[in-house]
Design a binder for this molecule. Structure first.
Ligand SMILES: [Zn+2]
Length: 98
């Protein structure tokens, strides 16, 4: 794992290769993750959550909403997607050495 000014974070996230790709672009302000739209069935990239916000929601067990621009539809992400997000965040944390 490397973490420099280029924010090159490489994660090994099981079950979601796409999340791993986008995790390379993650910052404290925005941790992108994918959730499948309930209306159109396409995986949609969610960029509106900071790491802090995601961690708080995961810890509190609060529902995390995702949004599809094409359908203008909002839905709560699934338990599996939450697990992916949690794994991604754990990877980020260890990459930052915190
Ligand atoms: Zn959609």
């Amino acid at each position: 794992m490397t973490l420099g000014t280029g924010q090159q974070i490489k994660l090994t996230v099981c079950g979601s290769g796409v999340l791993r790709v986008y995790a390379a672009a993650a910052t404290d302000e925005s941790v992108p993750f994918l959730s499948r739209c309930r209306a159109c069935g396409h995986p949609r990239l969610q960029v509106g959550y900071s790491r802090e916000r995601l961690v708080r929601k995961l810890v509190a067990g609060v529902q995390i909403d995702a949004y599809c621009l094409a359908c203008d539809c909002i839905w709560p992400i699934t338990a599996r997607e939450r697990a992916w997000v949690a794994r991604g965040l754990a990877g980020l944390r260890s990459a930052c050495g915190r």
